[in-house]
Design a protein around this ligand. Structure first.
Ligand SMILES: [Zn+2]
Length: 148
């Protein structure tokens, strides 16, 4: 696993990555079989998406006989973290709390999850600020007064 540039995985590519993360190693036929019902992709579509992921460095390929075996070159944990941090990178710092609250409302959580979040919130409480600083470019949010 080499530290290359950050890999951006599209929605369709996420479907492929999840199969590979689960199976550890898979052929395009095996990947297609898992996604057949959910995505109804033709084998060629699956192959195209796999090709993109190999090019991006998210999948590694190994030729075994006349087949190609794919394995993940990026970890699931790292990609999930990356994708969730991406959401916050797209919005004003001042909207982070509201957005996280929205995610919380949407999610079904276990008692363990809730306990973990409560613990985290206790820690956040000690670090909380009166007003979250906005570091947006003027004109990209309404926090700062700017003149046109
Ligand atoms: Zn802002």
């Amino acid at each position: 696993m080499q530290a290359v540039e950050k890999v951006k995985i599209s929605d369709a590519e996420w479907e492929i990555m999840r199969v590979v993360w689960t199976l550890k190693q898979a052929t395009s036929k095996e990947i297609n079989a898992v996604l057949q019902e959910k995505m109804a992709w033709k084998p060629a579509t699956t192959k195209t998406l796999i090709g993109r992921l190999v090019k991006k460095g998210a999948l590694a390929t190994e030729a075994v006989g006349n087949r190609f075996i794919y394995s993940a070159a990026v970890s699931e944990e790292a990609e999930i973290k990356e994708a969730t941090s991406d959401i916050l990178a797209h919005i004003c710092n001042r909207k982070a709390g509201e957005s996280i609250a929205h995610l919380l409302e949407e999610a079904t959580l276990s008692h363990d999850d809730v306990a973990m979040l409560e613990e985290l919130l206790q820690k956040k409480k000690t670090e909380a600020v009166d007003v979250v600083a906005c570091d947006c470019v003027p004109g990209q949010c309404n926090c700062q007064h700017f003149s046109r």
